[in-house]
Design a protein around this ligand. Structure first.
Ligand SMILES: [Zn+2]
Length: 221
């Protein structure tokens, strides 16, 4: 089943140009493994980038600048294109973790160092070279209501297993929800299956309800 919620085109273009931060790139690359629509957008963006380079008047550039530029083009891009080439390898874990994400995990999902955040909710951080944003996996028991919360920065959530619903829609495997500081929501995991999400967070989550305030530790990733 194809994803029905996608990251914004601005993120896909940043990813295609190699300028997106590492944590966000992990999420975008993972989404691309699951979404042919966005793979098409990224391929288009990469093609446009190549055409722009061809249109540059080379006489305006000194030889050394040109050599440096060409050398940069030859450098392997850690993220660009990687996801597009590894689609068929996507399913090779009990929870079907796509390769771009699997490469960052030290072991099987179930054996990761999960930390209790609240009733039915666990979190494990994923280490990257970037200090921010933070990236990690959330594991939510079937039917769990995550406390109502807002955000102090952008947050991206990609569903890997199970699903959840909030006021903005229903999110299933491959779907990406983008939240900014205007969104206050209470995700509820689907019944019957554990929900596992990849989450990239820029700011802190802001608990808004009484229960959320009691569960303050929940919001400190
Ligand atoms: Zn997509």
């Amino acid at each position: 089943m194809n994803a029905s919620h996608h990251p914004g085109d601005d993120l896909l273009v940043s990813y295609a140009s190699g300028s997106l931060d590492e944590p966000s790139s992990i999420l975008i690359a993972t989404h691309l493994s699951l979404c042919p629509v966005c793979r098409g957008v990224v391929a288009l963006a990469e093609g446009v980038g190549g055409e722009l380079i061809e249109q540059i008047d080379l006489s305006d550039i000194g030889t050394s600048d040109l050599d440096a530029c060409l050398a940069r083009l030859d450098e392997p891009e850690e993220f660009v294109g990687a996801a597009v080439e590894t689609i068929d390898e996507a399913v090779d874990d009990a929870i079907s973790i796509p390769r771009p994400l699997k490469d960052y995990l030290p072991g099987e999902v179930k054996s990761l160092p999960w930390r209790w955040l609240g009733p039915g909710v666990q979190y494990t951080a994923i280490h990257t070279e970037a200090k921010a944003p933070k990236v990690g996996l959330l594991r939510i028991a079937p039917g769990t209501k995550v406390p109502m919360h807002g955000h102090t920065g952008n947050e991206m959530t990609l569903v890997l297993a199970g699903g959840y619903i909030d006021a903005t829609g229903n999110f299933q495997r491959g779907d990406v929800e983008s939240a900014d500081d205007g969104l206050v929501h209470q995700p509820v995991a689907d019944a019957g299956e554990e929900c596992i999400c990849l989450v990239v967070t820029e700011g802190e989550l802001q608990p808004t309800g009484i229960i959320a305030k009691v569960l303050q530790p929940f919001f400190r990733f």
